[in-house]
Design a protein around this ligand. Structure first.
Ligand code: BGC
Length: 764
């Protein structure tokens, strides 16, 4: 196929075997279902209540059995041909003779749900409150069913944050009443959670009348069936939490900072995010219901004591994992370290490596080898307590813990000891805080923070080629012109056009990057993710596959699976003649209330970075561009275009951009998207220290940098600090005037456009 033919001619060329269409195909939908089972997390299973046997009749409670949420809203929404809810999933299993559903109860919910939908057609899924069940129906359900299944669903979306009250983080009054009714009437009770972010778990954690709980997440279009697969034991749960589930909302670190102001968020908890907080700060351990890394299985595993080898700057750990139960299953081995408290203070545990086994039959064993760099354990000294603006390994003992959750580990016999502090990497101060007054220490006290001003810096100028060679972009492809020579022919107006969006092509609905017809530069169509390709099916009839939400994929802890799902999604991008996928999104789950947590992976940067790297590799394996986003510290939706994330440099580096660093170094994404918010007073899209000093300078990022859509900084402000494309919202006349006023130079915009052309050259 001719280069860029898909963009230019929008052909109808399916990518499946024997020329079958992959987009929304049965095999992709089946794959969505399989991947959904692997990311679901079994939280509770007293007396082996699950899996349910074939002679069991279940009574389904809660409107959520029909009010099913396949994924979150906003740019992450996926328009698929159908969704399978919990009721439908269990009915399929009933058809296979694996369970019975007490239909009269579900029929009542179904008709009430239809009535409510008709009454309030504008209400989104997951936002209907529960309903009262007539006494007679309850009595007959009690008589006819052996097990009650409580269904709870939640919806959240880009643009809005969640709330910490009843009906979102906590159960609504109606839901609570339903739960109480069920536990009063049934001795066997299972809970299914169809949610995209953390909610309260105390109501089933502390209630011994509730025997089992399965966290199904927002699992894509087939997750009702995927959950049913697990409930009847056709599949064995192997997901593990990538977040800590605390007792109360107020237990999360500085939970109330989230809504203190619309104009800023103080990240006072510093590096003590998620389990780093709960495992470290005195008194907080008891405030956890389900720890980071936790998840049950229908079988048991034995993890041998770890063999540790430390040499050549690497820590290598080997363990044998044996299935000692009676069902096939997979286990996730997690390696944590503890660093000496020293002068900087450290979390009690930090994840260093993880690996999932293959499917192990009863009695089968597998040896897993995990490794990481000694330097990965270094901390960032942002105030010069030892070595200013440097990664440092403090003197003392570094211990290793191996197990299957942050709480369930064995300490390795061998540790790593340092006699003296070691300067690992000298860097320079970047993105330092201006208005954050204090931050948390590991002992739970606060320390005052210095205030820094961000110096105004810009990229340097380059020497532009002389001569007036002429040619098309294909001449660059053929080696007849260098990119620099090629770009010399473009006018400033054409370059400004290249640095902004151009209109949508085909089914693309998020516009294209650049393009310049006169010189044969194709516009590059973009499309959203991460749970599948977002095109507006209502308008064009293209229904794509809805895969599980990002958090659920991360909970699989299975990098190969994550890679394969991303590759399948990318095939749908390609089949629909688009080339840039605006995914993966890897902002940190700082607080449960962020409306977009479902699009992000974890509270932990290693899990986030590894997932994003796997996604990037999967997408780019078929030459579609991945876009890591939103760089950085966009952890809140309300007023996101103006909210200032006030964060210490240490927390930025160790927590909030660490995942980006991992993904960039491991997978070299072709694109990166900056965020809407300000970071310590400076807009991320116009942030020299973020884009040029750290991203390009320290990490050697070679890809293209786009803004998020309609950011508030101006194109010329973005270009002079190293940004390349401003997506939507640029005023071209204003940018041209800025050029005439000397606010940016030809050299500045030449450098920006070069990254766009390089991107086009990489793509088919
Ligand atoms: C979102 C991005 C998305 C873009 C294009 C923005 O509102 O923050 O994640 O890729 O829109 O739809």
């Amino acid at each position: 196929m001719k280069k860029w033919a898909r963009i230019l001619y929008q052909p109808v060329l399916p990518l499946g075997e024997n020329k079958r269409v992959l987009t929304g195909s049965p095999e992709h939908i089946e794959f969505s279902r399989k991947s959904a089972t692997e990311g679901m997390v079994l939280l509770k299973n007293e007396n082996d209540l699950l899996p349910l046997s074939s002679n069991v009749t279940v009574a389904l409670f809660g409107i959520a059995q029909f009010d099913y949420v396949k994924g979150g809203g906003g740019s992450g929404i996926v328009h698929c041909a159908y969704t399978r809810n919990i009721y439908d999933g269990l009915k399929i299993k009933e058809g296979e003779g694996k369970i019975k559903v007490y239909d009269a109860l579900s029929a009542y919910y179904k008709s009430e749900y239809a009535r409510l939908q008709a009454e309030k057609p504008e209400t989104l899924v997951g936002q209907f409150d529960d309903i009262e069940i007539p006494g007679e129906l309850l009595a007959s359900a009690k008589k006819n069913a052996d097990v009650a299944i409580i269904n709870i669903s939640r919806y959240s979306s880009e643009f809005v944050d969640r709330f910490s009250e009843r009906g979102d983080f906590y159960l609504s009054e109606m839901e609570e009443r339903m739960v109480n009714t069920v536990v009063d009437n049934f001795s066997k009770v299972v809970v299914l959670l169809n949610i995209g972010g953390m909610i309260d778990t105390e109501w089933f954690y502390s209630n011994n009348k509730i025997g089992a709980a399965l966290l199904c997440w927002q699992g894509g279009q087939e997750a009702g069936l995927a959950a049913a697969d697990l409930l009847v034991g056709d599949e064995n749960p192997s997901g593990k939490l990538t977040d800590t589930f605390a007792k109360r909302f107020s237990d999360y670190p500085f939970a109330d900072n989230f809504n203190e102001s619309e104009d800023y968020v103080n990240y006072t908890e510093d590096i003590y995010v998620g389990y780093r907080y709960f495992e470290t700060v005195p008194g907080m351990k008891e405030r956890v219901n389900y720890p980071f890394g936790f998840g049950l299985s229908y079988t048991d595993f034995e993890i041998s004591s770890p063999a540790v080898d430390i040499s050549e700057g690497r820590v290598r750990i080997s363990v044998d994992v044996k299935n000692i139960g009676s069902r096939c299953g997979k286990e996730v081995v997690q390696v944590y370290y503890s660093a000496p408290q020293g002068k900087l203070g450290k979390p009690a545990r930090e994840l260093a490596a993880f690996k999932k086994t293959r499917l192990l039959s009863p009695s089968e064993a597998q040896t897993l080898s995990l490794e990481f760099d000694i330097n990965d354990m270094a901390s960032y000294d942002d105030e010069g307590k030892l070595f200013e603006s440097a990664y440092v390994l403090e003197a003392g003992e570094y211990c290793f813990y191996v197990g299957n959750s942050v709480r369930s580990t064995v300490r390795a016999d061998i540790s790593y000891k340092l006699e003296e502090d070691v300067l690992v990497k000298q860097l320079t101060r970047c993105c330092a805080p201006r208005d954050l007054k204090e931050r948390l220490r590991s002992d739970g006290t606060l320390e005052p923070l210095k205030a820094f001003d961000a110096p105004a810096r810009r990229i340097g100028s380059i020497e532009l080629p002389t001569g007036d060679k002429r040619g098309m972009l294909t001449d660059v492809v053929d080696g007849k012109l260098t990119i620099d020579e090629f770009l010399n022919q473009l006018s400033i107006e054409q370059m400004i056009d290249m640095c902004t969006d151009s209109k949508c092509i085909g089914v693309c609905n998020t516009a294209c990057f650049g393009g310049c017809e006169e010189f044969g530069i194709p516009p590059l169509p973009t499309t959203d993710g991460p749970a599948g390709v977002r095109v507006l099916a209502n308008d064009n009839g293209v229904y794509t596959t809805c895969f599980p939400c990002a958090t659920q994929m991360a909970c699989s802890w299975n990098e190969e699976l994550i890679y394969d799902v991303a590759r399948a999604g990318a095939a749908e991008v390609k089949e629909n003649n688009m080339v840039i996928w605006l995914t993966p999104a890897l902002n940190i789950h700082r607080n449960p209330l962020c409306g977009r947590n479902f699009e992000y992976y974890s509270e932990d940067p290693l899990v986030s970075g590894k997932a994003a790297a796997a996604v990037t590799k999967g997408i780019q394996s078929i030459n579609i561009a991945a876009t890591v986003k939103h760089f950085a510290c966009n952890n809140k939706e309300i007023n996101r275009t103006n909210s200032d994330s006030r964060v210490s440099e240490r927390a930025i580096r160790e927590i909030y951009i660490k995942g980006f660093e991992i993904a960039i170094k491991e997978a070299e994404p072709y694109c990166l998207m900056t965020a809407y918010n300000k970071l310590n007073g400076v807009r991320t899209g116009a942030n020299y220290e973020l884009i040029t000093s750290i991203l390009r300078g320290e990490w050697g990022y070679k890809g293209m940098v786009t803004t998020d859509w309609c950011t508030l900084s101006l194109l010329h402000e973005e270009i002079i600090v190293g940004g390349n494309v401003k997506m939507e919202g640029n005023d071209k006349a204003l940018t041209l005037q800025a050029y005439k006023d000397g606010k940016f130079t030809r050299s500045d915009i030449h450098q920006a456009v070069k990254y766009i052309v390089e991107l086009a050259l990489k793509l088919d």
